[in-house]
Design a protein around this ligand. Sequence first.
Ligand code: MN3
Length: 201
Amino acid sequence: MAFTLPNLPYAFEALEPHIDALTMQIHHDKHHQAYVDNLNKAIAGTPNEGKSLEELVKAAGTISPAVRNNGGGHWNHSFFWEILAPNAGGTPDGKLGEAINSTFGSFDAFKEKLATSGVGRFGSGWAWLIVKDGKLEISSTPNQDNPLMDVAEVKGTPILGVDVWEHAYYLKYQNKRADYLKAIWNVINWKKVAELYAAAH
Ligand code: MN3
């Protein structure tokens, strides 16, 4: 069974003004679609055909660069669309809010640390909030790698991820990655992140 592009769970313009409609359209319809297409091409007729996306991603160190990059791209973007939402943002409450405060000192300190991780990622990659051994941690990965991968420097279960590739923000924010990383808090779907946290620890 070939992999397919999941539908965006909201309209392209739903995250305006924080993420613009054209960026969302190109990001989903062109970039994500290309990861799906290239992943399908890379696994066609190989023993990797028929494996689940998660199986492929977890074995990143033993598969071809094409499967690692495009499989990671497909996993990461499918995840990213779900942890964003219109009329979202705010402050996480409940167990997740408590864990963020106790781990990082405060919600503001957490946001700053994640932004630093994203700004500090040279070139293209992702900044993550993960659960590792039951605890929250911030990490970043290059390219389309992610913390589920056997090759990740810091392994864990992602509960929030921010795409810091230029294609995620360049039309609106140009070279100002830090401004994009400030604006994105307005569209983080904390309800979804809290569900992922509850499932991961
Ligand atoms: Mn992207």
